[in-house]
Unconditional design. Structure first.
Length: 273
């Protein structure tokens, strides 16, 4: 769906020359009267414009990254039940979180901007497994449905976390089962009111499994309505209260995993690797 004006990388054009073909000769950086010329290489593959640094780790591993990105799009299409994904998008690969900060104002390992049809991802020696599925899911979902309502941010982060469905070797169902057994789950009131103020490792994975359950047991149309209409209409949309759905979810999960995974939470809580 083409809901947004294609403001193709306006903010990046202020500082970076993009559009040179991958096999073009790249000029060295020069400094003239304080101006520094920086060059990138880019390549259009299908409907995806990939932009990489001209050299370094990200450039050396660009073919592997591109393969994973195209596979991620196909994977996410299945979750979103899309036969096609033809939006022209930009996948910009950064060499460091410092570079990410220059262009986005954040030091995240990845982020998505639907109004620019753009995903930015850091790839370097320290971050060899970037959140490709996660960020592309954000972009693909928001291109269809816009930004999620404020009290439904957990749905946006949940579907992206479910798309990746792996953290330290555990899927979102296993992590939720552990959180349930250890009484670490966050109340929906807190998830809805202040998602980013909660424990990241709990909130993201808890939301990831709730989203998985909703998508597997109810229609995508209902999920889209939840995204656009907000959590306050949950019972109207799904025909059951959130608490009833949660009880069913957890009963089913306990049947599937009678014993909770033995996760070392002190290590696990430091992040996914």
């Amino acid at each position: 769906m083409k809901k947004y004006p294609k403001l193709i990388f306006v903010f990046i054009f202020q500082l970076i020359l993009v559009g040179c073909l991958e096999n073009n000769e790249v000029s060295e950086k020069t400094d003239t009267d304080g101006w520094i010329k920086e060059t990138k290489v880019s390549k259009l593959i299908k409907n995806v414009n990939f932009v990489f640094p001209e050299s370094g780790y990200a450039f050396d591993y660009k073919e592997d990254f591109i393969k994973k990105a195209l596979e991620a799009i196909e994977h996410n299409k299945n979750i979103l039940q899309k036969n096609e994904f033809n939006d022209t998008i930009y996948v910009r690969v950064m060499s460091s979180r410092d570079e990410m900060f220059i262009y986005t104002g954040t030091r995240a390992g990845g982020n998505a901007y639907p109004y620019w049809s753009t995903v930015n991802i850091v790839l370097n020696e320290d971050e060899t497994d970037p959140p490709i599925k996660h960020e592309l899911m954000h972009l693909m979902a928001m291109l269809d449905w816009d930004y999620a309502r404020s009290n439904i941010v957990w749905v946006n982060e949940g579907i992206a976390t479910y798309a990746a469905n792996n953290c330290n070797g555990y899927n979102v169902a296993e992590i939720y089962r552990y959180l349930l057994a250890e009484d670490k789950l966050i109340s929906m009131e807190d998830l809805s009111a202040d998602f980013y103020g909660q424990s990241e490792m709990v909130g993201y994975h808890q939301s990831g499994y709730i989203v998985q359950y909703l998508l597997e047991n109810y229609s995508l149309k209902k999920f889209e309505r939840l995204w656009t209409d907000g959590f306050e209409r949950f019972e109207e949309i799904y025909g059951v209260s959130y608490q009833k759905m949660k009880n069913d979810l957890e009963e089913t999960l306990v049947e599937k995993y009678p014993e909770a995974p033995k996760i070392d939470w002190e290590k696990f809580s430091k992040g996914c690797k």
